[in-house]
Write a protein that binds this ligand. Structure first.
Ligand SMILES: CC(C)(COP(=O)(O)OP(=O)(O)OC[C@H]1O[C@@H](n2cnc3c(N)ncnc32)[C@H](O)[C@@H]1O)[C@@H](O)C(=O)NCCC(=O)NCCS
Ligand SMILES: Nc1ncnc2c1ncn2[C@@H]1O[C@H](COP(=O)(O)OP(=O)(O)OP(=O)(O)O)[C@@H](O)[C@H]1O
Length: 191
């Protein structure tokens, strides 16, 4: 199942909850983090944007975001580098999950741009995590990501994500509420 949602809607929190409920889980944001730690991807971004994006040899994600969200062609270049590599990692992970005995109740991949990148076609079902705007703003504020407006403008709205998804979970309560809602989704998925 593919899991998505807007910035700070609670995608990672939902993924953790699904893992507690027994699902096999993978986050493409985490895969992207690993890719920046590889010399191959680091060298590609340094070749494009200069040594200041990897001071001391470690990629500075805020510096990458400043370049990537400054112009559509820069963002497209970065996505062209990362998405095929993310896709290969997801495919390898799925092969490993399929071989698990007993099989997990679900295999869930968190992908922020699931619909925008057309990656939803790779899944039997999709799940959108949504939350009221005020709550998202409050939760995102604690985060302090660079270029939030640019990221948001590149994404579908919460309503659009919800209308495309097989399942929708509103993350407006406690973690226990979220667990219960996700447990219902797993029951439907296997029902
Ligand atoms: C630009 C980068 C370095 C910023 O890193 P940072 O640590 O600040 O953010 P992080 O990666 O944790 O992402 C946080 C959120 O930003 C949003 N976001 C990330 N990339 C994009 C993008 N290309 N377009 C729109 N929103 C995005 C998502 O909602 C995501 O959940 C990084 O996000 C990146 O390399 N993005 C391009 C790859 C991509 O498209 N990733 C999305 C999952 S495949
Ligand atoms: N039900 C909840 N109750 C309390 N706090 C929550 C709940 N859901 C999420 N949060 C908090 O809100 C913040 C954002 O949640 P989370 O990181 O899961 O969102 P995300 O959609 O993965 O964000 P991003 O777009 O930044 O990757 C986190 O600090 C998380 O702990």
């Amino acid at each position: 199942m593919g899991l998505t949602g807007g910035i700070a809607a609670g995608k990672s929190t939902a993924l953790e909850a699904l893992e507690r409920l027994g699902a096999a889980v993978l986050s493409t944001d985490a895969v992207v983090h690993e890719l920046y730690a590889s010399p191959e991807v680091r060298d590609l971004v340094v070749a494009r944007w200069g040594g200041a994006v990897a001071p001391g040899g470690t990629v500075d994600r805020a510096a990458v975001a400043a370049h990537a969200f400054a112009a559509p062609e820069e963002r497209a270049w970065l996505e062209g580098v990362l998405w095929p590599r993310v896709g290969a990692r997801v495919a390898a992970w799925r092969e490993q999950v399929v071989a698990q005995e007993p099989p997990p109740p679900a295999a869930v991949v968190e992908t922020p741009l699931l619909f925008e990148a057309g990656m939803d076609a790779a899944y039997d079902a999709t799940l959108a995590i949504v939350a009221p705007e005020a709550l998202r703003a409050e939760r995102a504020g604690a985060r302090g990501h660079a270029a939030v407006a640019e990221r948001t403008s590149r994404q579908l709205t919460q309503e659009q994500k919800a209308s495309r998804a097989t399942y929708v979970v509103v993350n407006d309560g406690s973690i226990e509420d979220l667990d219960r809602k996700l447990s219902d989704v797993l029951a439907k998925l296997n029902g």
